[in-house]
Write a protein that binds this ligand. Structure first.
Ligand code: C5P
Length: 233
């Protein structure tokens, strides 16, 4: 099972993103995550450009629509040669299977397809009162993860605190991608359920997604190397 640190490139422009990446020496190419902000600002060309620099890319666009639309959109994304993409498991199994079909390239290869279960910003109150879901949060997260696994997806985005249980319920090969990572001495910011890279490495996390502890660091390259060393052991 591949294990890696993914840097969240939460920057608003191409200039800010490339200035950040330029701090790394030529031979060091971290796995990076491009989210909605950067993608919507700069379009698919930013993905091609970062790929051309030699980085692996997790394109975090969280697709959620009718199966045919998601399948067609995934076909377009697979041509961008990204390494990992995601969708909302709430779109249900027909949508997830359509996504897999759309993602699979003519030569049979495809990026890893990861599901978002419940957004970590949705709390128990919103689940019950707004989404009208009476089942407790942890149970819905595991049920969505199992639906994703049964639909053939590769894994889920989850809290590092849930990774071990996801592995137990969905299989050791089911990939866990975990944000909410903080060094013991870094600010939590708006993340509430956090874990250090070192503990995440021992808790069933395959990929950790690290944003501000690296991007806002005075020395991002050193912070990235520290995360890799702590996580990979
Ligand atoms: O800066 P920080 O390390 O908190 O960044 C975490 C990244 O992971 C951000 O890009 C955030 O949008 C993303 N993310 C998250 N929690 C989720 C899903 C994605 O923090 N449940």
């Amino acid at each position: 099972m591949a294990k890696d640190v993914i840097i969240a490139l939460d920057f608003p422009t191409r200039e800010a993103t490339l200035a950040f990446l330029d701090q790394f020496p030529a031979g060091e190419k971290p796995f990076v995550k491009i989210g909605m902000e950067l993608f919507y600002a700069e379009g698919p060309q930013i993905v091609r450009d970062i790929k051309a620099r030699g980085h692996k890319i997790f394109l975090d666009l969280k697709l959620h629509d009718i199966p045919n639309t998601v399948k067609s959109a995934m076909r377009v994304l697979s041509r961008l040669d990204v390494d990992m993409v995601n969708l909302h498991a709430a779109g249900a199994s027909e949508m997830m299977k359509g996504a897999l079909e759309g993602l699979t390239r003519e030569d049979g290869t495809r990026p890893l397809l990861i599901a978002v279960t419940q957004l970590t910003s949705t709390d128990a109150d919103a689940l019950k009162r707004e989404l009208l879901i009476e089942t407790p949060m942890a149970e819905t997260v595991m049920a969505y993860a199992k639906n994703a696994a049964a639909s053939g997806l590769d894994g889920v985005v989850c809290s590092p605190l849930e990774a071990a249980l996801v592995k137990e319920q969905c299989g050791a090969d089911f990939v866990t991608v975990t944000p909410g990572i903080r060094f013991a001495d870094s600010a939590a910011g708006d993340q509430k359920r956090i874990m250090t890279p070192e503990k995440a490495g021992r808790s069933g996390c395959d990929y950790i997604v690290v944003g501000r502890p690296i991007t806002k660091s005075e020395d991002p390259v050193a912070a990235y190397r520290r995360a890799v060393k702590d996580f990979m052991g």
